[in-house]
Write a protein that binds this ligand. Sequence first.
Ligand code: 4NP
Length: 152
Amino acid sequence: MKVLMVCLGNICRSPLAEGILKHKAHENNLRIEVDSAGTAAYHVGNLPDERSIEVARKYGIDLTNQRARQFRLQDFEEFDVIYAMDSENYNNILKLASSTSDESKVKLILNEIEPNSNSSVPDPYYGGDEGFENVYQMLNLACKEIVLRLKK
Ligand code: 4NP
């Protein structure tokens, strides 16, 4: 099973989602591969945002091995599930899909905890630290649910 987490910059939300899911997979002896990417290229090669690194560190998760990369068409072949953090990125990934098989891999991550709600993980980039805590808590719940499903 290969899971890709996608946001806009790949420095705030999707690195947290990657770190949290990898951590929970490890705790549960689940052998899954997790990666993350951004639909935009602004931050390619960069470390996650310091505020994401900090909130993850607070919960015992290290994000400093991650570097931002842009989503690529090949990701449709390589991954089984592609989780978008928000509807804008969801729509932008779907525009790049070239088959119904590609399309069926793309999901909104918060639908894992609130099916069909189509809600978004808010972009915390221009806000304060509390936005990052909020994003962490949302992604923690979503990843808990993903792990529960995969264990079945
Ligand atoms: P992310 O947050 O998509 O969660 O990584 C953002 C990071 C950077 C920008 C926007 C959102 N930016 O405009 O540079």
